[in-house]
Design a protein around this ligand. Sequence first.
Ligand code: ZN
Length: 378
Amino acid sequence: MRKKNNFNIYLTILLLAGSLIHSAFAKAQTKQREKFKIVLDAGHGGKDSGNRGNGYYEKNIALNVVLAIGGQLEQLDDVEVIYTRKKDVFLELWERADIANNSNADLFISVHCNSHSSQAKGTETFVLGIGGNAKNMAIAKKENSVILLEDNYEKRYAGFDPNKPETSIGLELMQEEYLDQSINLASFIENEFTSTVKRSSRGVKQAIFWVLHRSVMPSVLIETGFLTNNEEGRFLNSKNGQEKMASAISKAVVNYKESIQAVERVALIQKEAQTSIEPIENETAIVDKPISTPGITFKVQVAASKTMLETQPYNFKQLINVTRVRDNNFYKYYYKSTNDYAQARKYLEEAKLAGYEEAFIVSFNEQNIKVPLNQVLN
Ligand SMILES: [Zn+2]
């Protein structure tokens, strides 16, 4: 009898411990999922000072801006900030990309300052691409040239010659799937620069940056302005200027994060509606609500590119029924089309199975104009 009692106590303790461990684990998992991870990369550093326009140090300005962005974003509970450097140290480009990839981040932001022999001015935010013009190539060449300062660069950057960025087209494919999200973020950033800081913007651009190549997440490289321009250089070298630029970037990141999460929330509700066997009573109202989408067509976006690709299966991991639409300066590629959102989710799964893990659903109205998915489904 006593023995049995002991056994029961042990069993209870064991079960309790087990459930505690389980709930702690579940909590850690939830927490991990909730955090939005951002890698902030201050360009250059250490022996690589970046450009020295007007005698300023690009590496220092980039670091100050990055630390200010980080300080602001760290105030948010659901954001985790990872820095490639927090001090004046030299980091090789591959190390920066590796930090981003190893942290499994949601976003990669590299901060720089521009230079030119004229009084050129304005901000530019770059996404990776091969469609850049000669001017963008020149900027990319400057930012990539740090590779030449690194040891063993021939081995590490096999196939990537910083003086000939166009030779590395193959590497671009890795980032292609994130291009649309990168452009989205870049637009938010440039909008903030003009609307809240009243800077002049040269817009969202494409060029080949090695540091963007290697990162497998939405990534942008920001040229916060020209140090060689007298006014802009002075502004960027000032604490006030650096803080203003940092606030604009933080705000853009928050806008981007919210736009992504709004779509994810809708997708989650949809998923729950499909998979829940016994929905909790007060949730039924939400999950069972029919989602009426009159006149809306859903398509699964699998890729975006600046160059035009034939919509043949060999270009799209063997997917058939891919269509191409020109959208601003880009070609967007969509897999299938339907008026039924549940069907669209099935197509999305097919695209993911084919290897387009970052594919997402896009909705169009009767005029074939893109409408935000969260508005359609709300
Ligand atoms: Zn730079």
